[in-house]
Ligand binder design. Sequence first.
Ligand code: 8YV
Length: 323
Amino acid sequence: MAQKPKLFVTRRLPDDVEARIRRDYDALHNEDDAAYGPEDLVRLSMATKCEGILTCGTEKWTADVISRLPGHVKILATLSVGYDHIDVEAAGRKGLIVTNTPDVLTAATADISMLCLLGAGRRAQSSEKILREGKWGRWEPMAMLGVDVTGKKLGIYGMGRIGQAVAQRARGFEMEIHYCNRNRLPPEREQGAIHHATPEDMLPHCQFLSINSPGGADTYHFLNAGRIALLPDGAVVANTARGTVIDDNALIPALQSGKIGAAGLDVFEGEPDFDKRYLALDNVFLLPHVGSATIETRNAMGFRTLDNLDAWFAGRKPGDRVV
Ligand code: 8YV
């Protein structure tokens, strides 16, 4: 019987995914889900003599780490659609193939974008806090007033797969969809959404703003003080993309002053660390990066990652090759 390919798996994954890995690979699993730093990644890549690595967004594949990987490592398959944790240029220089998992987390992440828009707009966490703290008294005509989502103007920054799925959901809330994307979508995908070639053109329309762009250098601190100033007063901002897209030093004062009415944030710069000033605000709805956190979606992401690895080990081109 042919030897199973050697794989290094950096995180503990759902049972069905782990079972498929055990069936098809000679793998080093991370049973305890230990956190691997740069030295561990290099050391374990060497120790396992692996040709493939199955990683997640938690491991940082910097140019330095990639340059120190042994030559037997040929493919880095990430269980994520985003790959801003991988220096793809360094991977390209080394001839390392990189794959990701598009499509399979689109719906789950778009759902969380809606949850953030609604949770922020309707003050979900500060309302729940009242219950948990036993402070629910008489119904008050003026208590916990949020803003309607229905019928409002929604701007989507980043109209890729997830942005388009957010638009589809927001149409159910009768929202008027605006979007900012380098390229205008064809009419059948645009479905009446209004294209803006620049954020500066779109932001003044955004009573709600959903950030669905990739992370990385191109979008770093996109939402800064200057762009916040362009939003209508009281706008609601949701971010399920990457924390780096928002400048916390601009958003937090805007939330404090009421310039931004509320924010729903699933991602943070430097997560799991995050700017603790958010915790003192009652106009925020905060989640710990759960955009793709459903069992169905995580299984699908795991299987898609393995499909990419299987293809490469069978001598075929992986479907989701990014480098
Ligand atoms: C997860 C994500 O954090 O896929 C992404 O890009 O941001 C999230 O779904 C990621 O999959 C963790 O590896």
